[in-house]
Write a new protein. Structure first.
Length: 115
């Protein structure tokens, strides 16, 4: 069973930066589409960014130009570099792996941006 372990969350002031990391225990990481989602209380989990096996990336509009998703297949890792953070970015961020239709979620890491 694949496990995803996230790290890098924390408290930061508005305008600051954080880098989230997610390491997968799977043996087929390079064949999986990786994503970051986020969720705030009372709201649905939303997709933030995705990176394909070919390193093509997609972002939701609110984070374009501020967030960068990347992956290192040699380390089974995916990253989310978050710059110019805003209070509305406050959420629990989840790593997500999709391989042949089978999803796996990380446990989540809290990001809090103070104004």
């Amino acid at each position: 069973q694949v496990q995803l372990v996230e790290s890098g969350g924390g408290l930061v002031q508005a305008g600051g930066s954080l880098r989230l990391s997610c390491v997968s225990s799977g043996t087929t990481f390079e064949l999986a589409t990786m994503s970051w989602f986020r969720q705030t209380p009372g709201k649905q989990r939303e997709l933030v960014a995705t990176i394909s096996t070919g390193h093509m990336t997609n972002y939701i509009d609110p984070v374009k130009g501020r967030f960068t998703i990347s992956r290192d297949n040699a380390k089974n890792a995916v990253y989310l570099q978050m710059n110019d953070l805003k209070p509305e970015d406050t959420a629990v961020y989840y790593c997500h792996e999709m391989f042949r239709g089978y999803p796996t979620w990380g446990q989540g890491t809290q990001v809090t941006v103070s104004s």
